[in-house]
Write a protein that binds this ligand. Structure first.
Ligand code: PLP
Length: 395
């Protein structure tokens, strides 16, 4: 027998995974190039040169013990390199002691939630959000409290967040650049969140999930959360910026002004250990140390963003142009976004319904796919647009 909690999770499954499986089924029938799969955020861009050269260097020049255990928070040299990078990227100095290397952002968030939650503590999620957050909170017996962002901009609505805060609120999860909307929070939003939480007597942690921090378009840079938020816990991974999702490498960084800094770092480190990760992968801690200032070719994603945005909007759909990450969050012309995704699948177009992100009435397209997939999809978007009687631009 498995637990009741787990059998319920198995029954619910994952909408993204279902669309991904459906994509594979369609590809086996119609061929790879006839199916336009925008379902999953798995980067198709190869890691930059610094990653492969770093790996080769480590393999060619092995040091004794390089595959052994190290401190549960990770190698000091890696944590120092992360702290230096964070210090360089804003106006706030980090020390290596505030960093814990983790198994990706997912590992970082689970260790953080394990460190701060007692059963039934509440965590505010700003919809639409990366759906795994609910699972992470549930893993540690917390309760997710969902607060919608502002329609149109998808920015956090401070009044609504304030209404949702109770004495049990332990944390608010923010995510900029955002999955699934591509929205980026301006400094004023971060300032407003900081002022809001400072007005409560109990500590409310701001967990900033930042795996898309470097994937920013139009010559902009993501605003550094550390400069605006005091109760900050950054959860980061190199899954997207170095295209390394399978290598599972990331970190948590507790902001230097966090009132619980001294107890949080050891608690997160212990959580990292007892959740079963023990420590972040040794080899990839060393690799990212060598590739700390590298990133994938962001222009490539920006070009895909432009191509897909043009195809989608000229087919008659409406969406906000994403400022970062690699997703388009588009208004569904069908009131039922689940039905809409099925209509798309009939045209070999795989999209994820907004309901998967707690925002029905929309659908998400992941544009970390080849340019030929994006270009080829225009016929399918036109056909779906016609199905719903939209007004495509004349071409
Ligand atoms: C917003 C967001 N947070 C966290 C994660 C998990 O990242 P990782 O695979 O590095 O653990 C993802 C992965 O897609 C994501 O989109």
């Amino acid at each position: 027998m498995i637990s009741n909690r787990m059998s319920e999770k198995l029954k619910a499954g994952s909408l993204i995974r279902k669309m991904f499986e459906e994509g594979n089924r369609l590809k086996s029938i119609y061929g790879e190039d006839k199916v336009f799969d925008f379902s999953i955020g798995n980067p198709d861009v190869e890691p930059p040169f610094e990653v492969t050269s770093g790996l080769k260097d480590l393999i060619n020049n092995p040091t004794p013990g390089m595959h052994g255990y190290m401190s549960n928070s990770g190698y000091l040299s890696t944590r120092q390199a992360v702290a230096n990078k964070l210090t360089r990227s804003g106006h706030t100095a980090f020390s290596a002691d505030s960093i814990c290397m983790t198994v990706g952002a997912a590992g970082a968030m689970n260790a953080t939630l394990r460190a701060i939650l007692d059963p039934d503590d509440e965590v505010i999620l700003l919809a639409p959000f990366f759906m795994e957050y609910r699972q992470y909170i549930d893993n540690h017996f917390g309760k997710a409290v969902i607060v919608p962002t502002d329609a149109g901009t998808f920015l956090p609505n401070i009044d609504r967040i304030s209404e949702a805060i109770t004495p049990r609120t332990k944390a608010i999860i923010i995510n900029s650049p955002n999955n699934p909307t591509g929205a980026m929070y301006p400094a004023s939003t971060l300032e407003a969140i900081n002022t809001l939480v400072a007005s409560y007597e109990h500590v409310i942690h701001i967990i900033s999930d930042e795996p898309y921090r470097e994937l920013v378009f139009d010559g902009q840079e993501a605003v550094s959360t550390q400069d605006y938020i005091d109760n900050l816990i950054i959860c980061y991974s190199w899954s997207k910026s170095l295209s390394l999702p399978g290598e599972r490498i990331g970190y948590t960084a507790v902001g230097p002004r966090h009132p619980d800094l001294d107890v949080l770092v050891p608690a997160i480190t212990m959580a990292n250990r007892i959740l079963g990760s023990v420590n972040a992968p040794a080899l990839f801690q060393k690799v990212i140390e060598k590739a700390m200032d590298a990133k994938v070719d962001v222009a490539l994603y920006e070009n895909r963003r432009n191509l897909l945005y043009d195809i989608v909007t000229s087919s008659g759909f409406t969406c906000q142009k994403p400022q970062g990450a690699f997703y388009l969050f588009v208004k569904s012309p069908d009131t039922d976004d689940m039905v809409f995704s099925q209509v798309c699948a009939r045209h070999n177009l795989l999209v994820v319904p907004g309901s998967a992100f707690s925002m029905p009435g929309y659908f998400r397209l992941a544009f970390c796919v080849s340019e030929s997939t994006i270009k080829g999809s225009s016929v399918a978007f036109r056909a779906v647009s016609e199905h719903y009687g939209l007004n495509p631009a004349q071409s």
